[in-house]
Design a protein around this ligand. Sequence first.
Ligand SMILES: N[C@@H](CCC(=O)N[C@@H](CS)C(=O)NCC(=O)O)C(=O)O
Length: 246
Amino acid sequence: MRLFGIPFSPWTEKARWALDHHRLDYTFQEHGPVLGELRLRALMRQPTGRVTVPVLEADRWYKDSFEIARHADGLGGGPRLFPQAHLDEIAAWNTRSEVALAAGRAMFLLGSMDQPRFLDTVLPPGVPAGIRPLLRPLVRRGMESLIHKYKMREDAGRHEDVLTSALDALAAAVSPERPYLLGAFSYADIAMAVTLQGVSPVDEAFMSAGLGGREAWSQPRLAERYAGLLQWRDALYAKHRRPATA
Ligand SMILES: N[C@@H](CCC(=O)N[C@@H](CS)C(=O)NCC(=O)O)C(=O)O
């Protein structure tokens, strides 16, 4: 199997965590903007319509993290991530996760557009420091195309409320005494754990922080408000996620 994804994207992480949980064998292909999308469209024979990653090439193309995780769960021999009795609840937590992730991504991109330091850090390492400021309009244009693709300006101003209401729902459902959303480790925990990536990134032994580094992806105000959830997320990773370097 071949997984196409972005190493620091929480959506890719959802798929990878499920595949790794079941110790399935797959190769990882890093997805890049523009050319990556053209290549994927050609491979998937999908000239039109929205293409996102992760995408898994297996007996067929699985085009969504949730679908990929369900496929992994059907193949793998590890403890089930989608127990039959909880399918509806898992789907509901995943919907919350998708909404929260989209809101977090919008906050991040809209907030980074006018941060020259961020714009200068996203270029590849070979670009000389003196040239970086000149390329800011190009970086902004790339970010603008994502803002447009995911319609982030339509809900501008609401993103933080959307993210915090998902995190409040999570905070009401887990605690040190009740570490799993559904009584035992499931995909619901994975889906919600990754929503904290844009509040304070997880230890980079598990996944890289992303363009701009940890600082760009941290929101100290929210990290303080959800300190308990960050502890929950870190404990979940320590217990259920293999380090990426393993
Ligand atoms: N519902 C999809 C959403 C995936 C998604 O939004 N992927 C983004 C991750 S940032 C993506 O592909 N971004 C790169 C692009 O749009 O070119 C899933 O769960 O797989």
